[in-house]
Design a protein around this ligand. Structure first.
Ligand code: HEM
Length: 133
């Protein structure tokens, strides 16, 4: 589609710098490989269609990095609210995403930039109340 090409072709976006759709898809593929091998995370995805999940995650990430705005799912808070995720879960996922990006050849400085954006999602994804009440 023309609109997508235009968005994907914007050389100054983080999306373009990391290598566009090819890199994002490859990194997301590896990311879920790691998540599913992690005994503290994989149970969350027991009932999930992974093909669908990878597509959604790729679309979300692409959009967050300035690529094509194809994501049509719910906001992060709504998507994760029922899961009651803790900070530790989020941190593990962050680690795997950073490793996956590095493995597909994204340079460290760009991995850092991507992860700065992802870090900003923590308040939306992790459950709010973790203190003693
Ligand atoms: C690192 C930042 C994260 C991002 C950007 C992200 C992104 C997404 C997206 C885009 C969806 C799809 C929402 C929809 O279309 O309905 C989703 C759903 C989901 N996420 Fe995350 N997520 C993140 C972290 C996590 C973590 C840490 C976990 C737990 C280990 C997790 C577990 C799930 C589960 C279980 C679903 C729902 C799957 C289903 O409905 O079957 N996510 N996430």
């Amino acid at each position: 589609m023309d609109v997508q090409k235009k968005a994907a072709g914007k050389a100054d976006t983080l999306y373009a710098k990391v290598g566009g759709r090819e890199s994002v898809n490859a990194a997301v593929e590896r990311f879920y490989g790691k998540v599913l091998e992690d005994a503290e995370l994989n149970a969350f995805f027991a009932g999930t269609n992974l093909t669908w999940m990878k597509l959604r995650f790729s679309q979300y990430l692409a959009q967050a990095l300035g690529g094509p705005a194809d994501y049509r799912g719910p906001a992060m808070k709504a998507a994760h609210g029922r899961l009651s995720l803790e900070r530790g879960h989020f941190k593990r996922a962050e680690k795997y995403l950073a490793a996956a990006l590095a493995e597909v050849g994204v340079p460290p400085v760009l991995v850092k930039s991507v992860m700065q954006k992802v870090a900003g999602l923590e308040p939306e994804i992790v459950k709010e109340e973790q203190g003693i009440h």
